[in-house]
Ligand binder design. Sequence first.
Ligand code: PA5
Length: 433
Amino acid sequence: MIQTHFICDGAAQFLPKNLYETENARVQKCWHQLTGQTGKGNDFLGWLELPETMEMQLPKIKEVAQRLAGCSEVVVVIGIGGSYLGARAVIEALQSHFRMLENDRKSPIVLFAGNNMSEDYLFDLKNILDKKEYSIIVISKSGTTTEPAIAFRIFKEHCEKKYGKAEACKRIVAITDKARGALKQLATQEGYDTFVIEDNVGGRYSVLSPVGLLPIAAAGYDISHILEGAQRMKEWLYNHNGTADNPAMQYAIIRNYLYNKGKKIELMVAYEPRLYYFIEWYKQLFGESEGKENKGIFPAGCVFSTDLHSLGQYVQEGERMLFETVISVEKSHHTLPIPFDEQNIDKLNYLQQKKIQEINQTAETGTRMAHIDGGVPNLRITIPEICEETLGELIYFFEFSCALGGYLLDINPFDQPGVEAYKKNMFRLLGKE
Ligand code: PA5
């Protein structure tokens, strides 16, 4: 039984009563295209099978992760877009918010590079690495992306100077195409440990491949449980091919309906700041998959209640082109009651002994009611707690829903032709041959 549930009662008043019935045939067709691998971009559907196919690679991934962790205080993950966000989403969701400052860490801190071209960012990281034992996981499917290539050139040189060439080669692991690209060539020449990104797995659908799993394992988390969660979600979504009980179909239909009614922006919301990067991952997944041919919902994100004090005003009363989807977490990992205070100057004694999580959930309920009243349809995806298994479920759920959503829009959800435009200009301006 899956632990993730899709709840749409907060959108009911914005939807026709029989939406699932009227859209069932259309979304079923998309489901068949996806699971039967006959739709657009069907040479990029390797991600559908990753929960099973990765099983065989787990021992090697875990072994390499342990080796890196054993010799490193810091593991630097170099990559951008789909070669970065999935690992960061999961690691940040699982780790303590203040892990950097904890002295009793049992596994290395994972830091990220190659996801921007800020000179100061790279400089600051280099300074840190002067003083830390570290290793590098460099990830690029094409092996030619500029941002990670620049970062890798800098940190490869730094690593070789710090540890000597032979030792540096053991501290660097490459994840790239099996045959093509500069990174593959370099990895073969230098003898790095290497993992392959299969041809049929696109960047933003690769978190359940070594691209996500190796950094997550190096950070000390249980990647078997992530795959188990994903596999459970896969079985559910494959075994239920009707709108009555397939949450990905339900989510895809409602998004599509709201989009056609002028709700052009989906606000993905979490009330747990540790899901900030999960929302970043969602934004890339849906933005690159749906945003083409002048179509697609714009994926935005917020962490509440933080952003209720910034964007909350707009959500409540600004232009009515939004709907929101909340990743709702039932349990916190820890409890912290509000203490009683004799003087009660702050007038908070009415919350005495209430858990913060309860207050957070009440904020969620109150916000939901206010936003619905304000004309913002509210969808909810609930999980009992944030852990490896539920994150595995969520990842597969969103990937599957995104693919279905792309087919409902009649676009190819697995290419990204628009990403090339800025690169062409940049290369021309830089004088690249
Ligand atoms: O989803 C995608 O395909 C992209 O976001 C890529 O992951 C990103 O551009 C990085 O590409 P590469 O892994 O080839 O360096």
